[in-house]
Structure formats: structure tokens, C-alpha cells
Write a protein that binds this ligand. Sequence first.
Ligand code: TEU
Ligand code: CA
Length: 600
Amino acid sequence: MKIIKYINLIIIMAAIAAIVSCQPQNKKSTAQNKKSTTNIPNRKWWKEAVVYQIYPRSFKDSNGDGIGDLKGIISKLDYVKSLGVNVIWLNPIFASPNHDNGYDISNYRKIMKQFGDMNDFDTLLSEIHRHGLKLILDLVVNHTSSEHRWFKQSRSSRNNSYRNYYHWWPAERGKPAKRYSFFDVNNNAWRYDSTTNAYYLHYFARSQPDLNWENPKVRQAIYKMMRFWFNKGIDGFRMDVIPFIAKDTTFPKMPAKYHGNWAHFYANGPHLHEYLKEMNREVLSKYPNTMTVAEGAGVTIGEALKFVDPARKELNMLYNFDGMSLGYLPGKYKTLDPKGVKLVDFKNVYTRWDSIYEDKGWGTIYLGNHDQPRMVTRWGNDSPQFRALSSKMLTTFLMTMRATPFYYFGDELGMTNIKFDSIQDYEDIETLHEYQHLKNTGGNLKKFLDNQKMVARDNGRTPFQWDTTRNAGFTTGHPWLKVNPNYKTINVAVEEKNPNSVLNYFKKIIRLRKKNLVLIYGRYTLLDKENPDVYAYTRELNGKKDLVLLNFTTHKAQAKLSFDMSKAKLLIDNYSTAQDTNAVKTFTLRPYEAVVFELK
Ligand code: TEU
Ligand code: CA
């Protein structure tokens, strides 16, 4: 009996010793964590968030009319929550004739009838918050729809009280100076209107007249509308082409240097930052726990901090176009350079944009949205052999940079471009008007359509792929835009069941980012700069150091590293079989392999 008692005593003692021994470790790691969290200046919830962009028209149709709607989104919030994302960005949900799918607003305080009504919105917002998520809406205030009552009044007569809500040029002064338009068939941003024998300005389509921000009544009306939505409880705004809102209303000739890059000219109006400071003073500062992100069209890296340096009290974040513009031939409408994009150029763009936020401000990062082709087609490889691997690799990049990821719905499944053959399949005003422009000017339509298979915005707008039922479970009706036929294999239902799916990898790497503040706030250092195949970088924070290695090619590739990899702890690998890390100096990556190591 005695011996048994002794043995029990020894076991108990050993157990206590074991617990005590891991205490200091726990104590150390808690202390280390505490240190690491306390040593991070300017922490903000929106810096630690992952934003998930939903194109409402294509997410989920609840009433069989073939168009996504708010009730459809409500029915899928458990799915959105399961991703691990924090913020939903909805593309415009306001009343609109949908010439530009909601970016032509006819009433800022009404829900687009195809999407539902204000009760649906109120339910959506409370359900989003109940799921522990946040909601940002799309603020489109550079222009309205020509069906907005302000414009109907404005165009009715020269002395109407809304006349100066828009930019008019009286015809008796002759033709106004050239301004380019994104969506006009003749690329002309001035439209003659016979009612008052004058031209009105539209940087986008003729049905998207530009608001006159030089008119304080316009600004106050916009601020009032913003308060309306903030008072409903939304958590912020994505601001559509906000850099374009200020204009020199004398409309001088555009300096020649801007003719190849007129968006940059548009983004440098005389009073732009006065207006953004006023917007902050009068609205944003009254809702301090919200976030704002500018769509930084035309903004160069040298101008970014003017928008997001906290000391300037303007906006929180901005997303730029330098990455998305890689690979296009200069001066030609969205024409891809057959030579493709060099990874070294890609690395330089993202490294430069990281560096400007070293001391102040905060970055964003994205590889797809409703204006872009699907990320895996544009930046990865959508062949059956490499689609899943390269999707995961690109997502690893987005989730391990020092910036708030803006992740586009469907990329978590590895959805691909649909690559329409015929112009009849397209819905997007940009593609249709560019096609008409080419037709009118004898351009090469076949070459245009081939190029659109890669670059057209509709590629990123095809219905979300839920399951293998008809129309991928998006609608019981006729979808407003064709469903990608690959939905049979690329969809939520199939991927939720596959532990190695793109979807489950997405959830896994978000968890990794959340658990490791070094991946959010850590200093970024590019390694092996000239490597044409591998993107290698470290992230460091309060003594922690992670290494990210991304192979952007279909073949094996090596990263020249100066770390002793034998001590490296593998955190995630997009291959289901991890590699032996005893290799020193060089680490051979398999095709499209993405790995994250903890070095210390
Ligand atoms: O985009 C404006 C913009 O700068 C460009 O990306 C433009 O959309 C086009 O793709 C250039 O080729 C914003 C919205 O994101 C876009 O969907 C709207 O069509 C546009 O403004 C007008 O509101
Ligand atoms: Ca519907």
C-alpha cells in the first residue's frame, strides 16, 4: 500500500512540476504578448480588420428576380461571419437607374428598389452588428445620376436654385476646354444640353453629371446625407473617386503633361483638401469610431499622405491604383502588355507603398474588386493545375502585409474570370461604351474582346458561387449576368467540405493574421529584391520575426536567405505537405508555394 501511495505522490509532484515549468513560459509569452501589444502605438480597430467587399447585385438573390438583394445578404451573414472577416463594404445600395450599377445615384436616402427597402436595410445593419461585424457603405458624391432631382432642377433653367449644383458651361462662350470621360462613347466629358444651351461636365457617363463641390450648398447637402447614414449606425464609408471632387471652375486647358494621365489632373483640384478637412470637421470627427477609405483614383504615392496623415484630419485610409495599373500599355485603354508583369516591378510597387506609411498613416492592400478582373486570373494562374495553389498564395500575400486587406467576395473560393466571347454577354457600361467607341472609330473589335477576357470589370461581377445547384445557388430566376460554368467545382458547398480548399485556407490564414500582431503591425522588409520568381519579406515587431516566401511561378524557385532555416517554425504552407526546413541558406519553393515561418 505504502509503495502505491509513494508512486501517487511522485506522480502528483511530477504533474505540479510540469505545470510550474510551463508557467514561466506562459508568464513569459503572456508578458511578451502584453509587451508586444502595449508597444504598438496608434492601434485602431480598422487597422486590425479584414474588409470583405460584397457586390450586392451578385451575392445572393432572395426573390428570384435574378438580382442579388439585401435579404439575400442577410440570409448569408453566418457564412460571412464564418470567414473571420470584420467589416463588410457594400457597393452602392441607393436608388439608381443602374447605368453604372448603382454608381449613378438618383436618391441618396432611398434603397435601390431591386435591392429592397429601408426596412431591409435596417434589418441588415442590425443583423450585421449582431454577428459582430461592421458595415461601410459606398459614398458616391463626385457625381449623381442625371435622374437625381437636383440635376433635373439644375438642367431645367439657368436661374434654377439648383443650377450651380453641377458644372455648366454656357455655349455662347464657345466650346469648353477638353476634359476626358471614363465612360463616354466619344471620351468627351462635356455634354451639350439644348434646354439651356449649355454643356455639363461628366467625368464618367453622360448620365453621371459631376456635382459642383465649389458650391457650399452641395457640400452641406452631402454632409447632411452622411450624417443620416451615420445616425443609422453604419461604421464608415468607402469614398468613390473622392480625389476628383474639386474642380477649377474656370476650366482652363488641361496642361499637356496630363493628357496621358488625366485622372491625375482630376485628382488635384484646387480646394480638394479644404473640402476633406471640412468634411472631417463637420461630419467624420463627430463619429470617431468609424472608418473612411478613399478610392485613390489618380493619386500618386507622393500625394497619399495628404489624405491619410492623421495630423491632417482628413481620411483614415486610401487605396491606390499603382499595383492594378501594372502590365497595361501606357496611354491605351486598358490594353495588356503581352510581355506581362515582372514580379520585381510588382514587389517594388508594394514595397514603396508600404514605406510611405512607415511613420504615419496606414495602408490598404487589395488585388481585386468590382472594377478589376478576378485576382487569380490577373495575378495568379487560373488553370486547373494551379488555380487553387495560386489563389492561396495571393491570399497569403494580402494577409501578411502591413495594411488593411480589402478582400473581394468570391476570391476566397478562387473564383475566376468568366472570359465572355461575345459583346452581348457584357453588362458593364465601361466595356459597352468602349466597344461602341472602337466600332465608331474603326478599331479592332476582335482584339478588344480578347483583351476584355482578361481586364473587363464584368469578370469580377459574375454571381457568387454557393453550390452545385442551378445558377450556383445564386438565384432561382434568370441571373442578371451569366454564372461562371466552373461553379460546379468552385463553390462554397464543395469547398467547405474540403479541408485543403481555397476557402478553408482563407479562413486559416485570417486566423493566423489575427493571432500574430506581427503580421498586422510588424515592420516590413523586402528580401532578395531582384529575385524574378519569389517574393520574400520579413515582418518584425517587439522581438518577433516572421518570414513570408511566395513563389509566383509555375516552377520550383529558390529564395536566397541569410537565415538558419533549421530553427524556423512553420506557421502555414499552402501545400498540404509541408517541406523539411533543415535546408540552410536557400529554401526551394514548389510552384506557387506560399509559406510563413516564425524565425523568432
Ligand atoms: O471607379 C473609378 C475609377 O477610378 C476607375 O476604376 C473606373 O472605375 C474605371 O474602372 C477605369 O477603368 C469608381 C467605381 O469604383 C466604379 O465602379 C465606378 O464606375 C466609377 O467610380 C464611377 O462612379
Ligand atoms: Ca433579388
